[in-house]
Design a protein around this ligand. Structure first.
Ligand SMILES: C[S@@+](CC[C@H](N)C(=O)[O-])C[C@H]1O[C@@H](n2cnc3c(N)ncnc32)[C@H](O)[C@@H]1O
Length: 209
């Protein structure tokens, strides 16, 4: 899927995504929720819904981010017995997803909201397939992430400047949405996951196993 140049998600899309996640969590009472990429903001409202609905949570992110979440939750006096954090200090969350599979963990809902590039999240998305219960859902944010939209900022980044060589890609490839390659071209077309249309937005995709 080629993303129109200069595309920006509609105003209020972040709020809508958060509402969708809250709704999907409340639809799995007594279930299991895995969030890959827990982010800089501790969402106490979501934690409240999870406590009320008796949901077991696993959050995966860099070590510093996980530590910040644990500290904030503890400082708020919230019991986090139903919450587990798995971190990586460098690299990606992939190995923690492999560890979860080896523990035979299964989830009703997975939110893959980490790096948003093909290079990191293609592997992570495939590691998620065995982690989904039958009928379980996986949500993807930032569906419109493209190399073209990030080319300028990535060039300025010391870390990424040597990783991406934009001349290796055609113009059309640079304008392709990475998450959409994973979801549409592989998970739906090749592996039979179904789109949950009621929750899908152009910038956000939910699939069901
Ligand atoms: C957009 S934020 C997640 C927001 C969160 N899901 C929410 O709803 O508020 C993306 C997160 O992915 C994490 N992330 C990105 N790449 C990662 C990597 N290679 N390893 C571990 N975490 C990563 C970042 O640290 C960041 O916290």
């Amino acid at each position: 899927m080629v993303v129109p140049k200069g595309y920006v998600p509609p105003k209020g899309h972040r709020k809508k995504v958060n509402e969708n996640i809250a709704n999907m969590i409340s639809e799995i009472p007594g279930g299991e929720f895995l969030e890959i990429g827990i982010g800089p903001k501790v969402r106490l409202d979501r934690i409240e819904i999870m406590s009320q609905s008796n949901i077991q949570y696993v959050g995966v992110d860099f070590e510093t981010v996980c530590n910040m979440h644990k500290e904030t939750i503890d400082n708020a006096g919230i019991n986090r017995n139903h919450m587990r954090f798995m971190s990586n200090s460098v690299g990606t969350y992939l190995y923690n997803l492999i560890r979860l599979k080896r523990e035979n963990k299964k989830f009703d809902l997975i939110y893959l909201d980490g790096h948003h590039t093909l290079y990191v999240d293609f592997a992570a998305a495939f590691a998620c397939i065995p982690l989904l219960k039958a009928g379980g859902r996986i949500a993807f944010d930032d569906v419109y992430w493209t190399l073209a939209s990030k080319e300028e900022s990535l060039k300025k980044s010391e870390f990424y400047s040597d990783i991406y060589d934009f001349s290796l890609y055609t113009k059309e490839e640079r304008e392709e949405a990475h998450i959409a390659i994973i979801t549409e071209e592989y998970l739906v077309a090749e592996y039979g996951l179904k789109k949950v249309e009621e929750y899908c937005e152009p910038y956000w995709t939910v699939l069901q196993k």
